[in-house]
Design a protein around this ligand. Structure first.
Ligand SMILES: [Zn+2]
Length: 223
C-alpha cells in the first residue's frame, strides 16, 4: 500500500485526530498538540480506504483542465497525447502525425477550429466503430450524431438514433468501443436492467474495466 501524502497538519487544542480531504483532493490532518507523527500515520493508514475513496470523488468533481492553446501543450486523441505545434504556411490547417500541427493563421480562432477538427475526427472514428460493432451484433443505428455534450459520452433515442459527444474521441480506442457497444445495445434494450448488462457483457466480456476507466478519467476528456 502506498503512502498517502499529507498536505498539512494543523495542530490545536483538540482531543482527536480529524482527516479532511479538500476539494483539490489533498489531505489535511487536524491533530492534538502532542500527537506524535507515528500516531498520525497510524490513523491515516487505518482510514486509507476512506481517504482514497474521498480523493477519487473529489478528483472527479474537479473542473476540466483548461487549455491555453500554446506551443507544446498536450492534446488527447485516441488516448495519446499530442503536443500542439504552431507552423507557418498556408497549405494545411490542422494535421495530426507525431504532433498536432496547427497553422498560425488559425491562432485567432484556435479554440473553435480545434473543436471543429475534433468533431470531424469523432464523426469518422465513431461511424467506423459503430459499423464494425453493428456487423458483430446486428444492432444498427438509425442515425449517428456527434454532439457537444459534456457529461454524457453517448445516448440513444427511442427511435434508435445514437449520439456521441465529440470529446469521446480523446479516449483510448477500447474505451470508445465500450461506449459504442453500450449505445448499440440500447437500441434493443433502452434501460440499464440486468438484461441490458448481460447483453453488453456478451459482446464485451471486460466491459466493467473499460466503464471504470471512463468513470475515473472523464475529467481528462474535457477540453
Ligand atoms: Zn446507457
Amino acid at each position: 500500500m502506498h503512502e498517502i501524502p499529507v498536505e498539512k497538519i494543523i495542530r490545536s487544542r483538540r482531543r482527536t485526530i480529524a482527516l479532511e480531504v479538500t476539494p483539490a483532493a489533498t489531505l489535511i490532518v487536524r491533530a492534538p498538540l502532542r500527537a506524535s507523527i507515528s500516531y498520525i500515520e497510524d490513523v491515516i493508514r487505518q482510514k486509507s480506504r476512506w481517504i482514497l475513496r474521498k480523493q477519487d470523488e473529489m478528483k472527479r468533481r474537479l473542473p476540466a483542465p483548461c487549455h491555453e492553446y500554446t506551443e507544446g501543450e498536450l492534446f488527447l486523441y485516441l488516448g495519446r497525447s499530442y503536443p500542439l505545434h504552431i507552423v507557418d504556411g498556408e497549405t494545411m490547417a490542422i494535421e495530426r502525425s507525431d504532433k498536432l500541427y496547427v497553422s498560425r493563421r488559425l491562432i485567432p480562432h484556435i479554440k473553435t477550429q480545434l473543436k471543429r477538427w475534433y468533431i470531424e475526427e469523432a464523426r469518422r472514428e465513431l461511424q467506423a466503430r459503430c459499423m464494425w460493432f453493428s456487423l458483430q451484433t446486428g444492432y444498427i443505428p438509425a442515425a449517428i450524431r456527434i454532439t457537444d455534450a459534456r457529461k454524457r459520452w453517448g445516448s440513444c433515442t427511442h427511435k434508435g438514433s445514437i449520439n456521441f459527444s465529440w470529446r469521446l474521441v480523446q479516449a483510448p480506442p477500447e474505451i470508445i468501443d465500450y461506449v459504442v457497444v453500450h449505445e448499440l445495445v440500447h437500441i434493443g434494450q433502452p434501460d440499464h436492467s440486468k438484461k441490458f448488462w448481460a447483453r453488453v457483457r456478451k459482446i464485451m466480456p471486460d466491459y466493467e474495466r473499460r466503464r471504470k476507466w471512463l468513470h475515473e478519467n472523464e475529467r481528462l476528456l474535457g477540453i
